[in-house]
Design a protein around this ligand. Structure first.
Ligand SMILES: NC(=O)c1ccc[n+]([C@@H]2O[C@H](COP(=O)([O-])OP(=O)(O)OC[C@H]3O[C@@H](n4cnc5c(N)ncnc54)[C@H](OP(=O)(O)O)[C@@H]3O)[C@@H](O)[C@H]2O)c1
Length: 232
């Protein structure tokens, strides 16, 4: 039987690449903020889709729970909470609405969803996508704060749910997606050194299969992947 997998933020970048990797091997429920008609051409055939704008965390969580209910899924083998966005600039000039949105979409929504999914994840795996920015990223201060929060959430749930649900947090380094442009940040020529979303998805899948609760997948790891065929 195919595993049941939920991936949020599956309409672009890392989430889309991960969904493409699992397509055909898993039953997929993919979540995004764009309307279904816009999302369908992006999604793998046969994947299910639910609109869940994490700017409204409780609504997003309840939309996803309702979609799972509609599908009749009583359990989830894997939930990858990947949706995320940020605002870039001088921290002191970030508008209050943006600060709130960054924390709600990246952190509060993940907490609400993780708690909601808890009963379905018995025997399964919850994966939070953090960021190396959690250690501090000056032009992305509120985003970095949200990602640091995800790290704390994962550590707490890993203890709380030990023996019942495997909880992992994975912190990618820079990946060549649209997230930077959406945040108003231009990485310039550095962008060409960023990991591709497909490579990151490949490394993520490997990390998901491991027993380690916290993983950083960053640039040196990418270089290793480029020269190490067994990582493919
Ligand atoms: N790219 C990097 O350098 C990098 C590094 C470390 C960690 N990450 C993390 O990796 C994850 C995926 O990012 P990415 O690089 O693949 O960026 P991306 O291409 O922009 O994809 C982000 C996904 O999240 C969705 N999303 C954004 N805001 C949302 C909201 N309010 N409600 C629901 N969905 C929302 C996006 O929807 P739309 O398609 O509608 O925009 C998209 O599907 C994020 O958590 C990000 O923080 C990225």
């Amino acid at each position: 039987m195919k595993p049941n997998i939920l991936i949020t933020g599956a309409t672009s970048g890392i989430g889309a690449a991960l969904a493409a990797r699992y397509a055909g091997r898993a039953e997929l429920l993919l979540a995004g903020r764009m309307p279904e008609l816009e999302a369908m051409p992006i999604l793998p055939a046969n994947a299910h889709y639910v609109v869940a704008d994490q700017s409204a965390p409780e609504v997003a969580a309840s939309n996803i729970m309702a979609a799972l209910d509609l599908l009749g899924w009583e359990s989830l083998d894997l939930a990858v909470l990947n949706a995320g966005s940020g605002w870039s600039g001088d921290p002191a000039s970030e508008p209050a609405g943006s600060i709130r949105n960054t924390l709600e979409a990246n952190l509060v929504a993940a907490i609400a969803l993780a708690y909601g999914l808890s009963p379905l994840l018995s025997g399964g795996r919850l994966v939070l996508i953090g960021s190396t920015a959690r250690r501090g990223a000056p032009l992305f201060a509120s985003y970095a704060a949200a990602k640091a929060g995800l790290d704390g959430l994962a550590r707490s749930l890993a203890e709380e749910w030990r023996g019942r649900t495997k909880v992992q947090v994975i912190h990618p380094g820079p990946v060549r997606t649209d997230i930077h442009a959406k945040a108003g940040f231009d990485p310039g020529r550095a962008r060409r050194f960023f990991t591709s979303p497909e490579t990151m998805a490949r490394l993520l899948e490997r990390a998901l299969a491991s027993r380690r609760s916290r993983r950083t997948i960053s640039f040196p790891r990418y270089l290793a992947a480029a020269v190490t065929p067994w990582l493919r």
